[in-house]
Design a protein around this ligand. Structure first.
Ligand code: 5AD
Ligand code: SF4
Length: 439
């Protein structure tokens, strides 16, 4: 039996693509091995969102090169966004790579791994929406479900539209059929995935059109699904029907990730985000009005080309005003082929670093303050396993997407109620509420 080792970098979309790659390899008769040295097939599913992602991956490639030299019958395959953005240059720069493919080619993995001559071959087309593919889920009670591939936005900093192609929605019936299948397998929580989930359905043919809010209602109706999450929405497409769905659909979690990127309207325009600060804050006000306890998280980039100190201060202002439950913060990183990489007024690294420090201070302080609202409350927790820091405790997640470490005994996949005793910016801590025996 042949063995494979797969390393995944990047976002949930990539994690999910890797689940499908593993499913296909299993069905081809390959067995997964945790050790690269013992693998006949060494695979990487790569990311290229920032330079740091490239560097992390290239470090691993060095080891693959050594292993390939030791045993040339090994196959080295590189898939994902880095691969797509490098296209055939992969083989010039890394001649020991046998096969390279982009995210659009994962459904054809089986085909090219079984082809006769596997040397220096690249596969970079964007196929139409992949049909039903085998899948090997990391956790049996949680599943990612792809609702669309690709992205029609042209954010000036972002490499994704070039690595994942134009947006294509998957038919609602197909999405629901998959969710019914995973629910029957014991999945309790689904995360709907798309680069811009709330533009979902616009490209579907007439007669089978479906909005994202309608899709959410259909998922909510699936028996056995207790929690629905999705990522990521784009503020420009965040409509009232989706916000309302958070208040109305019992399974839809009280958490919205609404990427801000920058607080200055001029920078947002330079980023080609197509909303301004006012419109973003309107969306936030709508969320606060309709779903008052909703947790709100975001992505922010500092040091975009030309960002002045005053414009950065506007980002800090929005952070203070919105009061996020948490935020992913990034230093702008010029990416090959993107518009912003060629903008003339790139900022010195020291300036970006210093802004990042101030931003992180504000984000963490506010997140810690916001988390205090959970102290004293009893929260529903979906158990994930033992705590990472203290094996005597159990770890799970609330509907608000807060990690909780608690004293108690519960198995992964179970729902339990936890009384929250303390909170930091990152995690909550508490004790499982002991159920009173009936009778
Ligand atoms: N530099 C820094 N951050 C970036 N992101 C996307 N492209 C870049 C870049 N070139 C961030 C955005 C996005 C998140 C996934 O990564 O904030 O929402
Ligand atoms: Fe995901 Fe973007 Fe990285 Fe591709 S480049 S893996 S879409 S984060």
């Amino acid at each position: 039996m042949k063995t494979y080792n797969l390393t995944t970098f990047g976002c949930q979309m990539n994690e999910h693509d890797s689940e499908r790659m593993k499913g296909m390899l299993d069905s081809l008769g390959y067995r997964e091995t945790p050790s690269r040295e013992q693998a006949d097939l060494i695979l990487f599913n790569t990311c290229s969102i920032r330079e740091s992602a490239d560097n992390r991956f290239i470090g691993h490639l060095g080891e693959a090169k050594r292993l390939k030299t030791e045993d040339p019958s090994r196959i080295v395959g590189v898939g994902g966004c880095w691969s797509q953005s490098m296209k055939e240059r992969v083989f010039e720069q890394f001649p020991f790579v046998d096969v390279a493919f982009g995210p659009g080619q994962i459904p054809r993995l089986a085909e090219f791994l079984t082809s006769d001559s596997l040397s220096a071959q690249g596969y970079f087309e964007f196929e139409s929406f992949p049909g039903h593919l085998p899948m090997k889920r990391a956790r049996e009670f949680q599943a990612w479900v792809q609702v669309s591939v690709g992205c029609n936005c042209r954010c000036a900093y972002c490499i994704v539209p070039s690595t994942r192609g134009r947006e294509v929605s998957r038919g609602a019936e197909d999405v629901i059929a998959e969710i019914e299948r995973v629910a029957a397998d014991g999945v309790r929580e689904v995360t709907l995935l798309g680069q811009n989930v709330n533009s979902y359905g616009r490209d579907l043919p007439r007669g089978s059109k479906c909005t994202f809010a309608e899709l959410l209602a259909m998922v909510d109706a699936v028996e056995g699904i207790d929690r629905i999450r999705y990522t990521s929405p784009h503020p420009k497409d965040m409509r009232e029907d989706v916000v309302r769905a958070h208040a109305q659909l019992p399974s839809l979690c009280e958490h919205i990730h609404l990427p801000l990127q920058a607080g200055s309207s001029r920078i947002l325009k330079a980023m080609k985000r197509t909303y301004d600060r006012g419109r973003y804050l309107d969306r936030v006000a709508l969320i606060r009005e309709l779903v008052p306890d909703c947790s709100l998280t975001t992505d922010i980039i500092v040091g975009f080309p030309g960002e002045t100190e005053a414009e950065f201060a506007e980002t800090l202002e929005v952070v203070e005003q919105v009061r996020y439950d948490s935020a992913f913060t990034f230093i702008f990183s010029p990416r090959r082929g993107t518009a912003a990489a060629d903008y003339p007024d790139q900022l010195p690294h020291a300036v970006k670093r210093e802004r990042m420090e101030r931003l992180v201070e504000a984000v963490q302080r506010i997140a810690a303050e916001r988390a205090q609202r959970f102290v004293g409350r009893t929260m529903e927790v979906l158990v994930e396993g033992p705590s990472r820091t203290d094996p005597a405790r159990v770890r799970g997640r609330t509907r608000h997407n807060k990690a909780v470490n608690f004293v108690g005994s519960a198995a992964p996949g179970e729902f339990t109620h936890v009384e929250i005793e303390s909170a930091t910016s990152q995690t909550l801590a508490g004790s499982a509420r002991v159920a009173t025996p009936v009778g």
